[in-house]
Design a protein around this ligand. Structure first.
Ligand code: 4NP
Length: 155
């Protein structure tokens, strides 16, 4: 089981979009039983709130299945549970480090290396956020599958 969590500031726009997109990609790839995928926030700002309506609308427009969601905050103990902690931008890493202390196991990384996925809550550009997140998730899944294959071949 590969456990992945997507993390952003509010957990109502980017990380739930990433969660829904990754679940869809995994579903399409016929290896769904090997993944646990979730999303959380670094701030308590939107705690308990549903996905932002424009993020939900964008997912629906793209044919991505929407799932029931209420914003949760990343907790220190989540660090041990997940294998991959995937954030959207540099500030998410800084905020996560306040929560977890340090990233000894090197689990925290940006969805797209060396690139910040702008917050559509501020930019209002949900199309760009969707495209960035979709591309990032596609690459991540490809990398994970390659890793799994290499591991299997080495056993
Ligand atoms: P997200 O966007 O981090 O992509 O979920 C945000 C949504 C709400 C707030 C900040 C970011 N907020 O401060 O309420």
């Amino acid at each position: 089981m590969i456990k992945i969590i997507f993390v952003c500031l509010g957990n109502i726009c980017r990380s739930p979009m990433a969660e829904a997109i990754m679940k869809e990609l995994v579903f399409e790839s016929e290896i769904k039983e090997e993944f646990f995928i979730d999303s959380k926030a670094t701030s308590t700002e939107e705690l308990g709130n549903p996905i932002y309506p424009l993020a939900k609308k964008k997912l629906e427009e793209k044919g991505i299945l929407y799932f029931s969601h209420d914003a949760q905050v990343f907790r220190k103990e989540d660090y041990d549970f997940y294998d991959y902690i995937i954030v959207m931008e540099d500030s998410n890493i800084r905020n996560l480090l306040y929560i977890v202390g340090n990233d000894d196991s090197k689990k925290i990384r940006k969805l797209i290396p060396n690139y910040d996925i702008d917050d559509p809550w501020y930019t209002r550009n949900f199309e760009k956020a969707y495209n960035d997140i979709y591309n990032g998730c596609q690459k991540l899944l490809k990398e994970l599958m390659k890793q799994k294959k290499t591991k299997r071949e080495g056993e």
